[in-house]
Design a protein around this ligand. Sequence first.
Ligand code: CA
Length: 248
Amino acid sequence: MRLLLVEDDDRIAGPVLEGLGRYCFAVDHVKSGASALSAPAADLVLLDLGLPDMDGIDVCRALRARSAVPIIMITARSEETDRVVGLELGADDYLSKPFGVRELVARIRAVTRRTHPDRLAPLNTGTAMTGVPAHSSPHARLPEERGVQRLGPLTVNRRTRGVSVDSRPLTLTPKEFDLLAQLAGDPGAVHSRQQILDTLWGPDYFGPTRTLDVHVSALRRKLGDPAWISTVRGIGFRLTVPGDSAYT
Ligand code: CA
């Protein structure tokens, strides 16, 4: 796997490069938004949001507009809005400075397991690639159900990852689709927050569970009716067809 690190601060970039090297990742390092956008394609981008020439959010938007490369935002900012905007633009995860290399590697692995499980390198042994085979959790991958599911006006196509409501196609981020697919896999049933976090982010995700609420909100908005996804307080979420008494 080849990573692209976009970070202008050498005090952050130095230890990250050194640490990722120990975990046998090949890393290209650039220090500006412009050079990030002209860099060769990478398998995953680590993107600092505070860059000297451009707002990292704009870099994220530009990267996402042209490819599905997984993006992990790195932010020193405490404002939640930046993370929320970044996640809604299609970033896959974020890390707040300061962070440790082990945490970073766990996030890289979780994001990769979710997006490109075939690319996952063996678990780190610290010195060699010939380690323990990659851990593969049954919860980390979605069921490989084929075909099209219809729930009232909602159509979910797991083969093409296409979603429409009343034949109106929706543009979902990869995680919004995964979230919808999980809830739609058992409509009416309550899916616990932990089940969803495990499926979407992998069991070694350590981030704030608030991230899940951000995705639920975005998905509700795109579905056009908040009644599609109800919050079951203290437990999780469930998908129901609005107005369909079979689910009440
Ligand atoms: Ca910076």
